[in-house]
Each structure stands twice: as C-alpha cells, then as structure tokens.
Design a protein around this ligand. Structure first.
Ligand code: LRH
Ligand code: MN
Length: 396
C-alpha cells in the first residue's frame, strides 16, 4: 500500500481512538512525602468536569471522565443527579466508576478480603453502591482496584482471602445490568509489601473467570515488575477474551504514575501493536483506554493535554504498521526485516498527521500551544488560588 494511502487510512481510524481521563488527575495529589499544591488544581467535582471539558475541546479525544466514588460522589448514589447536571453542562460523560476500598481505617487488614465479616460486608456494600452509581449515570464499567494484602508472612491466610475475594466480586458482578462490566485491576505491591491479594494478571484473569461473563481484567501499565513483558500479557488477555481495558501512565521504577510515553514510549506502542493485531473488531472496540496518572510536578491541564496528544501519536504509529507484510516476514522468520518493519512505523513522525487530523475536525493543530494561548490555566488559578493556598500539603 502506498504511504499516502496508509496515512489516509490512519486518519480515518484515528476517529475511533478515545481515551478516558481521571478526575483525580486534576486534583492536588502527591506522594507519601507530601503534595506540591497547585493554585489551579480542581477541588470540586464541577471544577474537574470543567477541566475535562477543556481537555476534550482541545483534543477531541476525551469524551468521558473516570470518577472515584468517595472523592467525587461522597454521598454515594444520592450524588448522581448532581453529576448528571455537570455532564449536561460540560458535555463530558461520566465514565468508569472506581470504588474506594483503600482509605477507610477499617480497611487496615483489607476490605473485601478482611478477616472480619462485618468489614467485608461494609466493603461489599460500597461495591454495590458503586454499581448503582454506574447504573444511575449510564456508565458501562465499574473499575475495581483494592489495596488488600499483607506485610508479613503468616499474618494473614492467603487462601481464605481468595475465597472472600471471589464471594465479594461475584456479588458485585451479579448486581450488574446487561452491558455493564466489572474491571478487575491487579497490582504486585504497594501499599502492601509481602503479598497483594490481586497481584498479577493471572490472579485477575482467574477471578474474572470465576465470577462471571461480565468480569474482565484491567491492565495498569505501572503495575508490573520491571522484567515483565506487558504486551505479551495483553496478547494473552486478548486470546482469552478477558481484556477489559487499560490505565495508561509511565514509570522508571515502580507505580510512578508519570505521564504516558515520558520514559518508554516504545512500551505503549508495543501494547497498541498487540491490540491492533487482534482481528475481531468487537474485541478491540471493547477495550477501554483510560489514563491513571498523578501530576505532582507538571501543571495538571498541561500534563493531561500532553498525555492525550502522546497517546494519539503512539496509537497512530501502531496503526501505521504494515501488518500484512509483517506477518509474511514473521512466517518467513526474517527476523531483522520483521523488526525493521515494526520499527519503521514507530520511527515515523506522525505529528504532521495528527495536525491534519485535528485541522480536519476544527480542532487546534497544536493543543498544548492552544492551551497556553487560551489563558484557561491563568483563569482557574485566579478563581481557585486563594482556596488552594489554604490547603495543607504535609504527609504526617
Ligand atoms: C492504584 C491505582 C488505581 C486507582 C488509584 C488512583 O495504584 O492505579 O487504579 O484507584 O491508582
Ligand atoms: Mn490504576
């Protein structure tokens, strides 16, 4: 296929690439050593929707906002009508609903895996409330991460906790409506440092298999040991029809939650490549792309717009791979030619292509430049500065 034709095809395919942004990406977050407060950070759900709308207006690729229940709907399902008003006012959909089962004092020894049946009950009730919130807001996904685990050998029964885990997830699964999904996110460590109850893709996949057909695996790119081959895990989850979605970010060491492609852009490119190798469009269309980052140093809006543009670029590079020729070279075991066929797409500068894609849709050719010229950040810093300055930043 001539390069021009392939570029034209990619321009069309880019329309279907949307990525969900996290409400918490706009808030003042930090590390365990503290927070560096930003005057323009969002402190209310309305401000998070306003910032999300700004990102969508600049990029055309972020129509939904992921919500974390206790951070965004502290009143539970009762807050749904307020959220619906914000959805219609700002034109950004409520996206995945993320339960908070990691901050309550009772969850010291776990939430849905806690040895105390009463505490497990409380956790399951929060899960069921999260499902009701998703129904009330028309959200497809309840995206679950639990911090559950233990810090010392012998302190907790790994086996008992697996039984409680399946029981709780099955209860949540069975409360879902048709078309809704339970995404099960795994993480090898932090905050638990001896074992985490849902530590890797195998545990998440077997739980999804055990609880029912509406359960799938969520892959957070930061939740892997350095030596793990994430795109191979993705290939397996596609093969097993268990890939529900992603939390994209980047890392140098552990769950660093840095901006996508800032450390290893080739990693995300290889993941997109594996997804685009899947021939069943129903499977690829069902994969939810989401961002899960905490912007402690970069400006929140700048980081989010940069992230979306980078995700579009890495997806466009993966779309450029000449899959037919690659399959021939792989079949012929032409190692270097096959590798060069893949690298050719990765090293193609797609920024002019993205500019064309944006201009054809009346979007700013350079969304980051447009953000700077919009004065939006200065405006929210004026509006929110005094309030944010009064916040405390210390950890202890
Ligand atoms: C846990 C995690 C999870 C969210 C949280 C904000 O590390 O990735 O997805 O709940 O970050
Ligand atoms: Mn995550």
């Amino acid at each position: 296929m001539r390069v021009e034709d392939r570029f034209e095809r990619v321009l069309g395919q880019l329309d279907s690439f949307v990525i969900e942004i996290p409400s918490w990406g706009f808030a003042n977050t930090g590390t365990r050593f503290g927070k560096f407060l930003q005057p323009g950070a969002a402190g209310t759900l309305e401000e998070k929707f306003a910032d999300a709308a700004q990102v969508h207006n600049l990029t055309g690729a972020t129509p939904s906002l992921a919500l974390h229940v206790l951070w965004d709907l502290p009143g539970g399902v009762k807050d749904a009508p307020k959220v619906k008003q914000l959805v219609s006012r700002y034109g950004v959909r409520a996206g995945s609903i993320n339960p908070n089962l990691f901050q309550d004092q009772e969850y010291k020894f776990g939430s849905i895996c806690n040895p105390d049946a009463g505490i497990r009950r409380k956790a399951v009730d929060h899960l069921l409330d999260s499902v009701e919130i998703a129904k009330a807001l028309g959200s497809q996904d309840v995206s679950l991460w639990v911090a559950d685990g233990s810090n010392y050998p012998g302190a907790q029964s790994i086996r008992r906790r697996i039984e409680w885990l399946e029981e709780a997830l099955r209860t949540a699964h069975d409360a879902l409506d048709e078309g809704q999904r339970l995404l099960i996110e795994y993480k090898p460590f932090e905050p638990a440092f001896y074992f985490t109850d849902i530590a890797d893709w195998g545990m998440s996949a077997s739980l999804a298999g055990a609880v029912g057909p509406k359960a799938f695996v969520l892959v957070d790119t930061g939740h892997h040991y350095q030596s793990q081959n994430i795109e191979q895990i993705v290939a397996w989850l596609l093969h097993l029809r268990l890939l529900g979605g992603f939390h994209f970010n980047d890392r140098r060491y552990a769950d660093d939650d840095l901006t996508i492609g800032s450390i290893d852009p080739y990693q995300v490119f290889r993941i997109f490549h594996e997804i685009l190798n899947e021939r069943d469009k129903n499977v690829t269309d069902a994969v939810a792309y989401m961002i899960d980052q905490s912007h402690n140093i970069k400006g929140k809006l700048e980081a989010m717009v940069q992230t979306v543009a980078t995700a579009q670029e890495l997806y466009a590079k993966a779309l450029l791979v000449d899959r037919e020729r690659l399959a021939e070279l792989q079949a012929a075991a032409k190692t270097v030619e096959a590798e060069e066929c893949l690298r050719d797409a990765f090293w193609t500068d797609v920024r002019p292509l993205l500019k064309t894609w944006r201009e054809r849709r009346g979007l700013p050719a350079d969304p980051l430049k447009a953000l700077r010229e919009s004065g939006y950040v200065e405006k929210i810093e004026r509006e929110r500065g005094a309030r944010n300055a009064a916040l405390t930043s210390s950890y202890a």
